[in-house]
Design a protein around this ligand. Structure first.
Ligand code: ZN
Length: 157
């Protein structure tokens, strides 16, 4: 749907570059006061599609809610490695349900490993990463990765 709209727009105005923001966090509380203005300004500058990337359960829920109100916005759901310490089976099942029930969810993530800042212990990051790889696989969703300084561990997964 979104792709079709972008393509037809591109054909109609082929002298003008159209943009797709593949990774934004418009769910962040920074935007609570002027979210519609920000989305409106982006649209005016020809950002005709946006992907809000989930970083935890509350962010993913909020991203899906925003996408419901804007048909040019799609989302991913997932748990960032920084939040892996709070990665539970229940949270993952809720995210999976969100993905199944909402056509705006087009990917899983962001997930991966971050051994630079170590906001969550490595063992939690790896368990959470592996569980999310399985989940995305069973839902047939593409993945959005975050990797920093995992010294080869990331590619082992
Ligand atoms: Zn991000």
């Amino acid at each position: 749907m979104l792709t079709k709209r972008l393509v037809s727009h591109y054909r109609a105005k082929d002298t003008q570059m159209i943009l797709f923001d593949s990774h934004c966090h418009l769910d962040d509380k920074t935007y609570d006061g002027d979210l519609d203005e920000v989305i409106g300004r982006a649209k005016k500058e020809n950002v005709l599609g946006l992907m809000i990337v989930g970083i935890d359960l509350p962010a993913s829920l909020k991203a899906v809610k925003i996408a419901r109100a804007h048909d040019h916005i799609i989302t991913s759901v997932g748990i960032h490695p920084h939040d892996a310490a709070h990665c539970s089976r229940e949270a993952l099942d809720t995210l999976s349900g969100l993905a199944k029930e909402n056509p705006s969810v087009k990917a899983w993530g962001e997930t991966g490993l971050d051994y630079n800042r170590m906001f969550s212990p490595a063992k939690d990051q790896e368990a959470c990463f592996e569980a999310q790889l399985d989940m995305a696989g069973s839902l047939d969703l593409p993945l959005i990765f975050h990797e920093r300084d995992s010294r080869g561990r990331f590619t082992r997964f």
